[in-house]
Ligand binder design. Structure first.
Ligand code: FMN
Length: 261
């Protein structure tokens, strides 16, 4: 066969595409465990970041060991030691019949449709075993995607120590500004609840007025991304409210009060 025939060209192109697709497919399969590990590491880093506990020179796994990890029954706020925290997957649980429930339309301000009955929470404690921080997973709809993140509350269970998303599909430069360190820095020190325990944290449309009497509960909206900003506001109101972690926060709050009084 002459070297420059049409059939030979097709033969070479076909053989090349088979080799390439085999290479791509096997790389995807081989890299899957590594991707899952990196995703898990990223999530752990996000939890540490929300809690302000990232330290140079220390590995994420090492730092992560300081947390006590608990599964909470959202309806009662009680811990469930009979569910394995290592294998529990809140997203899978939400979809399942035995560990997930539909969210009533009237309550579904975060656009969840379904949610898990249980959630993993992370407790940072001091040497005496007293709570220093409570880190809670939160999620809800933005414009294009569901945003997943963690909020860290101080021992008073109202002061925000940090808030950070580890997964979303909002537009870079618009809704994606949820990842902007300057926007994230605003959350630190804000109060989720007022003195009487009412949920007050709010993402505004526009900027916070420096003279606002309720400034300690207010966060700047994202410019040109009102829908994402509203989504963030709503998801926090859902998860810190009575249908989210409200019962857990109330229970820990009364435990604190008892141990202080
Ligand atoms: C390509 C494109 C991407 C957009 N991405 C976002 C986004 O990620 N989040 C968001 O809230 N709005 C996004 N918007 C803008 C919304 O459509 C809407 O106009 C905006 O939320 C209104 O906000 P504003 O009142 O602050 O202008 C996007 C618009 C376009 C054209």
């Amino acid at each position: 066969m002459a070297n420059e025939t049409v059939s030979k060209t097709f033969l070479v192109a076909g053989a090349l595409s088979v080799v390439c697709s085999a290479f791509v497919a096997s790389s995807a399969v081989l890299l899957r465990p590594k991707q899952a590990k990196n995703k898990d590491l990223d999530r752990k880093q996000n939890i540490l970041q929300a809690a302000g506990l990232l330290e140079e020179g220390k590995s994420i796994e090492e730092l992560f060991q300081q947390f006590e990890i608990k599964i909470v029954d959202l309806a009662t706020g009680e811990y469930r030691d009979d569910i394995d925290a290592v294998t529990f997957d809140q997203r899978k649980a939400a979809k399942s019949d035995d560990q997930g429930i539909p969210v009533e339309k009237a309550d579904d301000i975060a656009g969840l449709a379904r949610r898990s009955l249980y959630a993993l929470v992370y407790l940072a404690q001091d040497e005496k075993g007293d709570l220093r921080q409570l880190i809670l997973p939160v999620h809800g709809r933005g414009l294009w995607s569901t945003l997943y993140g963690y909020i860290a509350l101080d021992a008073d269970l109202s002061t925000i120590n940090g808030f950070s998303f580890y997964e979303h599909g909002e537009t870079p430069g618009l809704g994606g500004e949820v990842d902007n360190p300057r926007w994230k820095a605003q959350w630190i020190g804000k109060k989720a609840f007022d003195e009487s325990g009412d949920l007050k944290i709010t993402v505004l449309k526009g900027r916070v007025n420096p003279d606002s009497p309720t400034i300690e509960h207010e966060i700047d909206g994202l410019a040109g991304a009102t829908i994402t900003s509203r989504g963030v506001d709503a998801l926090l109101k859902y998860w810190l409210g009575e249908n989210g972690f409200g019962p857990l926060i109330d229970r820990l709050q009364s435990k604190e009060e008892k141990s202080n009084g």
